[in-house]
Design a protein around this ligand. Sequence first.
Ligand code: SF4
Ligand code: SF4
Length: 612
Amino acid sequence: MRRLLSGNEAIALGAYHAGVSVATAYPGTPSTEILENLARLPGPYVEWSANEKVAMEVGLGASYGGVRALVSMKHVGLNVAADPFFAASVTGVRGGLVVVSCDDPGMHSSQGEQDNRHFARFAKIPMLEPSDSQEAYDLMSIAFQLSEEFDTPVMVRSTTRISHCKGVVEIGEAASWQPKRPRFIRDLDKFVMVPSNARKRRPLMEERVATLARWADNFPKNEVIIQNTRLGVIASGAAYQYAREVFKKASFLKLVATYPLPKQLIADFSRQVETLVVVEELDPFMEEQIRAMGLEVKGKEFVPPIGELTIDTLEDSAHRVGLLKNVRRALSRKETQVELPVRPPVLCAGCPHIATSFVLRRLGFYRHLNPLEANEGGKLPSGLRQGGIIATSDIGCYTLAVYPPLLALDTCACMGASIGQALGLEKAGVANKIVAVIGDSTFVHSGITGLVDMVYNQSAGTVVILDNDTTGMTGHQGHPGTGISPRGEKLTKVDLEYLCRGLGVRDVNVVNAFDIAQIEHTLRRCVESEETSVIIARGPCPLKERPTSRPFSIDADRCDGCATCLRLGCPALLREGDKATIDKGRCVGDACGICLQVCPREAIVRAEKEIA
Ligand code: SF4
Ligand code: SF4
């Protein structure tokens, strides 16, 4: 049977056919669809965990219970999960434990770029890298077997291109879900890592790496392709596909097992070619290890170490260092190079985060002195001065409020950091009032501990939880605050209001996310208070369930073009000549109504007809 699958779909189906019993994840591009696809299949237990650390711990527990477990996350998620990830390497497993890290070269939707191959080496666990959907599918059953045979978690590393590109996958006709029988066998030496036991496990980890290196030398998916022997290319993952396009006549060593490296195989290959190069995205991970073997190899002097590799970049740089004589752009690529319209990074029409962001900007650190000046061209307008509230932001779609025209936020680092940063600024003695802004999903992910710290350390800060009842940025997944499972079932919902009160916050407020006056009034009061306060700004995401209501329009006779409404950054509000206008196809009307509240001329009115 053949199916057209993306890398993520193939990983999910491969794990399913390998008999995975427990799958855990926190959504994050480019990894999200792995769990979403598993949730469509009957049998395994699937969960959106509160964060990646919890996901890893649940997966590890399931493995101790003798069943196969899959834990998936985006690259930065592995930073969150690092503690149990390293612990899993020490204890080893019972049922196979596979950890999928989906890296994002080029930072298409991430706050940073990192090469997670280092994590496998750092934790001394084997790593497999698929270079297409077929391999992604096939590697899952190999990874589970490897995990059980060598008593180790196994890391499978994908990148955005592999995760999201579709390819034809051959699946055995008889493939089905056949889970292992759960069974926990008490083994204190293996599962209880008191120092005396951990010391015994440590040499076993080194032995495991040495044995795995010998295994990798004979692993049939590490493929040698001998063509012209003047140039030999070592590559893996998406970089292998780019290298095949550029160096059409060269010989290749395609590596799927990239940690530990198959040293004998590499040495044998190097003897068969005149010039040896490594093509890899991001860091010189293989190159440095190959050079340490005493082999002469080229790599990062022509393959850029930053950003996503493309065929064009590789071709140009190979030409520059004399590895290619002519640069020939493939015709197919030229024909498909269509200029796409530029889409400015703004919140959506009807977004429940707009009003709070607008208020934060109005009270914000940089205050706009000249209300008649438009914020165009993506630059900070002139006429700004310091003062007012500092807004530390977290990671979510609301982070888009950092861009013009909202300009509402002052920091953004990583998941959950906004609250700790706010406390840090306060304790540093910064004179401004400080507000931490965090989404509902992110709050559950890693904001709770920050709030505990605020309460304990008697912070006077304010946390605004932007609660749109979903994980918006990654495509509307459930989380403990929604009580919705990956299969769409209703589970127990963690009540954020009670949770905050339970953590010791006495000043907890729930406001309507579309009511500017209520938000502003509550925020002004909270920042003046001397105790920790929480404002939950609640309103649904309009993309999750598009509201049916009448859109608004603008009475051109009343509008004087003051541009106050345009500073909301709602993409349904546009400038037409010297007046404002509303795109009725985008406006959600009564379900939002924010612009109605800010227009000083009462020029915004309800339209005649209902929208679908
Ligand atoms: S609709 Fe109102 S706020 Fe918008 S430009 Fe016209 S007068 Fe100003
Ligand atoms: S009501 Fe106003 S702010 Fe809300 S979606 Fe429509 S145009 Fe945008």
